[in-house]
Design a protein around this ligand. Structure first.
Ligand SMILES: Nc1ncnc2c1ncn2[C@@H]1O[C@H](COP(=O)(O)OP(=O)(O)O)[C@@H](O)[C@H]1O
Ligand SMILES: CSC[C@H]1O[C@H](OP(=O)(O)O)[C@H](O)[C@@H]1O
Length: 399
């Protein structure tokens, strides 16, 4: 369905979003519609259009020609909307149960019209409220194993994979991650944002040359390894959840990257929530960290055994080598994500929302020690269960 061949970009308002929904035939003419802009992310507009009589809605997400969080001084490609709708469609061909349905997209208007997931809750918000989402790690482990396997050279014809990779070249959004996740937090850069009380801890981190070397190696992987189609920004704010369902949204950072990156970001955001909780309430987060990896490993291995298109698949040791490398990289990427969410430009409500100032600063100091340890020790961590030990060990100041 197309509105017209020459749709001209302009940012929607709540009123024009309603007109668009009617023009697209998403609701019968004359339906009493209301609309609210509900975007709470850093980059885009999100309109919730609802048929009041049936309490049924759709979501119209629109990219702005700049990063919303900063404003027009930070121009940003509108192409990210097309990347997002194409990534949702690609993921849907492998795991329709874990992504919203895309009803319509328009490259010129930079919009994606998709399934309304308002019956679910953004996982970060629920986790902050103390919810545990028992199926979250099983679902994310499966989502990652299937999407990564089927878009890699192991699950996809290798020439088709190259063509798919071409359609997800996403330099501007990758640059945001290269800067905000892998670079700026490790230097005295003006995008950084932290409480003055943390300055000594932050300067110690900036002066740690081993940490910089290891982070440089991780950044290089992100820059150069095109293993599979990644979500690219898989934090708990990009996941809708309930006790039964999990849906992944917001893949505008999608690109072909290293297998361990999405895993690392997701694990980091579970750990960031654990950092915000009292000791006795952390268990469900540690259990999710472990189960995510276990489900990923098992599902990816089954796909490898049964559906691999690569001639070398059955060579003893090859699967283990891919899993080991993914595991080690994921731990390092998790360390980078924890550090950037603590002192970089884009924070998380899990830590910033801790009301008591001393508790908040202590949680952030703990986050910096944990992030640093994950980056520096990643090659010697052999089992996912070791993460909870490192979490406890880094509670102590001398780590
Ligand atoms: N499919 C959806 N159904 C219901 N609400 C949604 C949907 N997609 C996004 N939202 C709401 O909009 C917010 C911002 O969406 P998101 O895709 O994360 O935007 P951004 O790209 O700006 O980060 C989400 O936190 C959620 O509250
Ligand atoms: C200026 S972009 C900062 C940050 O925002 C993105 O997250 P989201 O779109 O989900 O709010 C991404 O994590 C970027 O690093």
């Amino acid at each position: 369905m197309a509105i017209s061949k020459q749709s001209v970009y302009e940012p929607l308002t709540e009123n024009t979003a309603i007109s668009l929904a009617l023009r697209l035939g998403l609701f019968p003419e004359g339906t009493p519609l209301t609309c609210r802009e509900i975007g709470d992310g850093n980059l885009n507009l999100v309109f919730h259009v609802v048929d009041q009589t049936k309490n049924k809605g759709v979501i119209i997400k629109q990219a702005l020609p700049y990063a919303k969080v900063v404003g027009e001084s930070w121009p940003l490609t509108l192409k990210r909307a097309t990347i997002e709708s194409n990534a949702l469609r690609t993921f849907s061909s492998y795991v329709p149960e874990y992504v919203p349905k895309v009803y319509y997209s328009d490259e010129s208007l930079a919009i994606t019209v998709m399934e309304d997931l308002s019956h679910l809750q953004i996982a970060r918000k629920g986790l902050i409220e103390g919810k545990t989402y028992p199926l979250l790690s099983q679902h994310i482990g499966q989502f990652l194993a299937k999407t990564l396997f089927y878009t890699s050279d192991f699950g996809l014809n290798q020439q088709q994979k190259k063509q798919l990779a071409q359609s997800f070249v996403n330099p501007e959004l990758c640059k945001i991650t290269e800067d905000l996740v892998f670079t700026d937090p490790f230097f005295d850069h003006d995008t950084n944002n932290f409480e003055e009380e943390l300055r000594d801890d932050v300067e110690t981190l900036w002066n740690n040359s081993s940490l910089k070397l290891e982070t440089a190696k991780l950044k290089r992987k992100f820059l150069t390894e095109g293993d599979a189609l990644l979500h690219g920004d898989l934090h708990t704010g990009s996941i809708f959840a309930s006790d039964e369902e999990t849906k992944i949204i917001d893949p505008e950072f999608a690109f072909y990257g290293p297998l361990g990156f999405d895993l690392g970001q997701f694990l980091a955001n579970l750990l960031l929530n654990a950092l915000s909780r009292n000791e006795e309430e952390r268990e469900p987060l540690f259990a999710h960290v472990e189960k995510t990896w276990e489900v990923f490993q098992q599902t990816f291995s089954e796909l490898w055994e049964n559906q691999n298109v690569e001639t070398y698949a059955k060579v003893p040791g090859f699967l283990q080598e891919v899993l080991d490398r993914t595991f080690t990289d994921a731990i390092g990427f998790a360390g980078c994500e924890i550090i950037r969410r603590t002192i970089g430009l884009a924070h998380v409500a899990d830590l910033d929302g801790i009301k008591d100032k001393e508790e908040r600063l202590n949680a952030k100091r703990h986050a910096l020690r944990l992030g640093k340890t994950l980056i520096l020790k990643r090659e010697s961590i052999n089992k996912i269960q070791e993460i909870r030990q490192l979490f406890t060990q880094t509670t102590l100041v001398n780590n």
